[in-house]
Each structure stands twice: as structure tokens, then as C-alpha cells.
Design a binder for this molecule. Structure first.
Ligand SMILES: [Zn+2]
Length: 107
């Protein structure tokens, strides 16, 4: 179901723009949440968050249990800002610490 973007997402978006050096429009993203879910099935296996960019636009899906989890939400925001899949170390670890392993070292 569509997620009404919580106010804190704007701050998280700004922080992710700042660490990555990228800029983008938060309101271009359609957000969806899987209610009461700890994870959900994707073609690549179980995930807690998923970013997709297709002809239909930019979408981010978040498992309900993680909709207020800064790491999970900002990780998907970084995919959107970089407009790519995969996790280049420069951005996901060095610059933004938006992986499970790197998150704990700075937050
Ligand atoms: Zn990812």
C-alpha cells in the first residue's frame, strides 16, 4: 500500500544528499510499505527494502517493520540518488555508512 511520506524522510533525504554529494527530488519517488512485514519476497530473495526504477517511475518498497528505520530507508534513498543497483563501496560505506556493517561505526 502507498506510504504517506513521514516528515522525517525529508531530513533523511537531505542527509543522504549531503553524504553522497548527489541531489534529487524526494517527491519523484513513490513509496510503498508492506504492512506488518519483517521482510518480503523479491526476485533476488527476501528483502527489507527495495528500490526500482522502470518506465513506471521510481519506487521504493519498505517492509512495515522498517518504515521508521533510518538505515533501511536511507539505504534505499541512496540507490535512488545514485540511480543504480549494487553497492559501490565509496558511497554505501565510505561516504554514507548505509550498510548494516558500516552503520554501527558512526551511529
Ligand atoms: Zn541495496
Amino acid at each position: 500500500m502507498r506510504l504517506t511520506v513521514p516528515a522525517e524522510y525529508q531530513a533523511w533525504w537531505s542527509a543522504t544528499e549531503a553524504c553522497s554529494g548527489q541531489t534529487g527530488q524526494l517527491n519523484r519517488i513513490e513509496w510503498y510499505v508492506v504492512p506488518d512485514a519483517h521482510s518480503f519476497e523479491t526476485p533476488e530473495g527476501e528483502k527489507v527494502g527495495l528500490w526500482t526504477h522502470s518506465n513506471a517511475g521510481v519506487r521504493i518498497i519498505i517492509a512495515g517493520d522498517y518504515a521508521d528505520n533510518e538505515l533501511v530507508v536511507r539505504h534505499e534513498m541512496l540507490h535512488a540518488l545514485l540511480d543504480r543497483e549494487g553497492h559501490p563501496e565509496e558511497f554505501f560505506q565510505t561516504r554514507c555508512q548505509l550498510t548494516w556493517d558500516s552503520w554501527g561505526t558512526t551511529h
